[in-house]
Design a protein around this ligand. Structure first.
Ligand SMILES: Cc1cc2nc3c(=O)[nH]c(=O)nc-3n(C[C@H](O)[C@H](O)[C@H](O)COP(=O)(O)O)c2cc1C
Length: 192
């Protein structure tokens, strides 16, 4: 597929559109190989990924459900709580995104996070190059909780940035629409 089309047609597709069918691990390996080819400063390659599938995925969703329950207070919503368990049946692979900060001097944290975001875009673009795979980057306050870092067994120099959920699309899956304000509004040209 033409790169322009690939970039503009990539959409965040949510688990309600997934069939539950498992994506072959060979495809996941190809997607992750592309994740490894993101630009990064000082060659730190700061992206780390933890891939959950099968019983691991069920455990991840159960953990997020309980974190949601214990952290939502008055805003607790039973339907939202139940959605975590449903998600374990819809999603094929959950790829937890982690940045690992190096101890290089003069390397701002923002550059390391930027490199990971480039890597995640490679995942999303590669996934969307398969007509029957949907995916999106999910974050939300739960992923930043220390309890979640503990569940992931993160090191002190690692921070979770969310999860890419990937799933096989249902036959009648709806391709979501998305819009952008014109790029011209976001660019300043300097010519002299
Ligand atoms: C860092 C980051 C975090 C995101 N977190 C969420 C999220 O928690 N829930 C969600 O529904 N979408 C999340 N998204 C996806 C955006 O909602 C989505 O990219 C946006 O609506 C534009 O749609 P598109 O990706 O189809 O162009 C996130 C995207 C990014 C880049």
């Amino acid at each position: 597929m033409d790169v322009h089309q690939l970039i503009r047609n990539r959409r965040s597709i949510y688990p309600s559109q997934y069939s539950g069918e498992i994506i072959d691990d060979s495809i996941i390996h190809d997607i992750m190989e592309n994740a490894n080819w993101a630009p990064n400063h000082y060659h730190t390659e700061p992206w780390r990924y933890i891939i959950f599938k099968e019983k691991g995925l069920t455990k991840l969703m159960a953990t997020l459900a309980e974190l949601y329950k214990s952290n939502s207070g008055d805003a607790f919503n039973e339907a939202k709580y139940q959605r975590y368990a449903a998600r374990a049946k819809q999603v094929s692979h959950a790829i937890v995104i982690v940045v690992e900060l190096s101890d290089k001097p003069n390397l701002p944290e923002v550059e390391e996070i930027s490199a990971v975001a480039c890597s995640v875009q490679n995942i999303l673009l590669t996934a969307s190059s398969y007509p029957n795979i949907g995916g999106y980057w999910s974050s939300g306050m739960l992923v930043y909780l220390p309890e979640f870092a503990e569940f992931l067994d993160l090191e002190d120099n690692q921070t979770c940035l969310g999860t890419v959920y990937l799933g096989s699309l249902k036959k009648d899956a709806i391709q979501p629409k998305s819009t952008r304000r014109p790029i011209g509004e976001k660019i300043k040209w300097v010519t002299k």
